[in-house]
Design a protein around this ligand. Structure first.
Ligand code: 5CA
Length: 444
């Protein structure tokens, strides 16, 4: 992609309304634009990151056995009356009337709708276990939308819903999502810690939040420091096997959000030097709520003995759009964003220091073509901006690698390769640069 043909409306000034670094950087890097309080348009650079995160989330859901569908954003109020949540949900729910004066709402979550789909289609225990998920926009009329996409009113969520015959099987489904979350956040370059959490308006008696530590996080969290050091499960995880050891290694150590925090227990269970109390960002939240919705809405299956039993359920959310901000909070410096390779909007920024110079133009065109051939996506700065401005834009948007082509180097057959994360620079031939990047050397 040539920068001259791309749409990258970066800002020179730091926007005054942005209180935290990820929000500032997302606005400055031209990733999003606010259209109303807590409601954002995703500009091309931001959308690329959102799509890459979505793809990783999807891959790990599929691996764990979840099946994708797509439910609408607008739901009928009648379903929510069945579960009694229409009134309970309060002012956070955006309520809409259609032309026939029927009550609709913009979905803040989908337990009712998925339960309705289930009860209309699944009859037998033989069709279980079942886990259905979608990645869809939600709306919550948050009292205080803030921090950009971190606490928006409209936001993108991955939400999965599991259905099982009994508690034991439901626990296995819960464990599968627990492990999938550990792997998902690890692939996104994040250290997410599972913490005992309050189930809030979703309900149920078992729930874990997945939290990344960040000073700007909205939640206060308390945990055993060792939890920050346990590596994520590898690719050899057997989702059909017993996942309890993976779960227990994490849940046996103290970790709780402030609603669940017990100061006495914290002091008893965690040695003094290992107590971590910090702020964090909730990037995922999983719930087991048994038959709360299936009983209220009549979602039953016949068991092996021919008896009708309400199905056991759980739900599992990931804040896909919040993650964009969360990753920036975890990975930036004073010059801008530092994307982990897995979610970077482009792999490489190719900087032509003298656009219009025949040798530089030809060298860049050739490097661009070869990068593309090697399967790498490059953003080619072919504009007439001065060098300093080009460098700061590339640093700001945080692509893992920069290849810098200038008139002096080109004459001696050299380009400069810069690693955005470490700041390391090295001179080499264009061939060496392409080979280095194509070898997939992770930049961060
Ligand atoms: N139905 C359940 C699980 S599918 C549910 O709605 N869970 S939730 O309320 O915890 O939301 C899931 C995730 O969405 C949260 O962990 C958080 O990462 C994200 N999220 C929640 N509210 C917002 C918001 N206002 N802005 C951005 N992301 C949000």
């Amino acid at each position: 992609m040539k920068l001259s043909r791309f749409f990258l409306p970066t800002l020179k000034e730091t926007p005054a309304e942005a209180q935290i670094v990820s929000h500032r950087l997302m606005l400055r890097a031209g990733m999003v634009r606010q259209s109303a309080a807590g409601i954002y348009s995703w500009l091309p650079l931001g959308l690329r990151v959102l799509k890459r995160i979505e793809a990783i989330v999807r891959e790990e859901q599929v691996r764990a056995g979840a099946i994708e569908l797509l439910m609408p954003t607008i739901q009928s109020a009648d379903l929510w009356r069945e579960s009694k949540r229409y009134d309970d949900y309060g002012a956070e729910m955006l309520r809409i009337k259609d032309r026939h004066k029927r009550d609709l709402l913009f979905g803040p979550t989908n337990e009712e709708l998925i339960t309705d789909i289930f009860r209309g289609t699944v009859r037998s225990y033989k069709d279980l276990p079942l886990n259905l998920y979608h990645i869809q926009w939600k709306f919550r009329d948050e009292i205080r939308p803030r921090f950009g996409v971190m606490r928006g009113r409209e936001f993108l969520m991955k939400d999965a819903y599991s259905f099982d015959l009994d508690k034991e099987a439901a626990r296995r489904s819960y464990n599968r999502m627990f492990v999938a979350y550990l792997k998902t956040f690890d692939r996104l370059g994040l250290k997410a810690i599972p913490m005992a959490a309050d189930a809030g308006p979703i309900g149920g008696d078992m729930s874990h939040e997945f939290v990344i530590l960040a000073e700007t996080g909205e939640s206060e969290v308390f945990c055993h420091e060792d939890l920050t050091r346990i590596p994520a499960p590898g690719d050899d995880v057997d989702y059909d096997g017993d996942l309890t050891p993976i779960i227990e290694a994490r849940t046996k150590l103290y970790a709780a959000t402030d609603e669940k925090h017990d100061a006495q227990e914290f002091e008893r269970a965690v040695p003094e030097g290992r107590r971590l109390s910090a702020r964090g960002i909730e990037v995922g939240h999983i719930f087991y709520f048994g038959t709360k919705y299936s009983e209220a809405m009549g979602a039953t299956v016949t068991d092996a003995g021919g008896k009708q039993v309400p199905v056991e359920m759980g739900s599992y959310g990931i804040g896909v759009s919040r993650l964009v901000g969360g990753i920036i909070e975890a990975s930036h410096d004073e010059h801008g964003i530092i994307w982990p390779s897995a979610v970077a909007p482009f792999d490489v920024g190719l900087i032509n220091l003298k656009s219009g110079d025949a040798l530089c133009d030809a060298a860049c065109a050739d490097i661009y073509a070869q990068l593309t051939k090697a399967g790498l996506e490059a953003l080619y700065d072919d504009t007439a901006e001065r060098a300093g401005a080009k460098f700061s834009t590339m640093d700001l948007i945080g692509l893992p690698w920069q290849v810098i082509v200038g008139p002096r180097g080109v004459k001696s057959g050299q380009v400069e390769v810069k690693n955005r994360a470490t700041g390391e620079r090295a001179e080499m031939t264009p061939q060496e640069a392409i080979a280095k990047l194509a070898a997939g050397a992770p930049a961060s």
